[in-house]
Design a protein. Structure first.
Length: 202
């Protein structure tokens, strides 16, 4: 901004030294030219608190969690759970180890490792169940601990071509023996060194 402030200086300033006037003018001009500072976010991301962890069933591993899912195994950055409602055969949850609320709270190494775990689980489900597509979802409105729902989808199912619901209208509950067998097969597949062959697009 080019403003000739010297012209507006009152007469009484005429006796002031030239360098001083120059400094004052430069100072005012600088102030006028400073761009507005970017507005700070209204609220910073919520810090992890003791209460948040205690209220989180992935951290407390409370009965609410065990009623909904069965712990299958641990991977480097996550814990893998089999969803008890097997309406979508093979449905799993991959929960990050440690209470983080948002993906951006993970370090780049944690995010990469976590995504590797998710892909590994999806690959195992692909090998075991041969779904037509696998859906991935993070919700977390109520339980904010970062976790993926990994949901094999099948053509002809009532939820094909639409987002799967958290709770399906009809549920498929297995026997304890069937859950045990499924968890064993999942763990065995996750331990397999082979990487599934990518399926062609269709
Ligand atoms: Zn948690």
């Amino acid at each position: 901004m080019n403003i000739k402030l010297t012209a507006t200086l009152p007469r009484m300033c005429c006796r002031v030294s030239k360098p001083f006037v120059t400094l004052v003018v430069l100072g005012i001009a600088t102030l006028l030219s400073i761009p507005a500072r970017a507005a700070e976010p209204a609220t910073a991301p919520a810090a992890t608190t003791t209460n948040a962890v205690a209220d989180c069933f992935y951290c407390s591993k409370s009965e609410r969690l065990t009623k909904m899912m069965i712990e299958a195994c641990e991977l480097p950055y996550s814990t893998v759970y089999l969803f008890r409602n097997q309406f979508f055969a093979g449905r799993c949850i991959v929960a990050f180890k440690g209470h983080k609320r948002e993906l951006y709270e993970l370090t780049p190494a944690e995010r990469a490792g976590f995504m590797d775990d998710v892909a590994r689980v999806a690959g195992a489900l692909g090998q075991l169940f041969h779904p037509d597509k696998i859906n991935y979802a993070i919700f977390g409105d109520e339980v904010s601990h970062v976790h993926f729902h990994v949901v094999p989808k099948y053509r002809g199912s009532s939820e094909w071509n639409r987002p799967f619901p958290l709770n399906t209208a009809s549920k498929k509950i297995l026997s304890d023996a069937e859950y045990k067998d499924l968890v064993a097969r999942l763990k065995s597949q996750l331990a397999a060194p082979t990487v599934p062959t990518p399926r062609p697009n269709h």
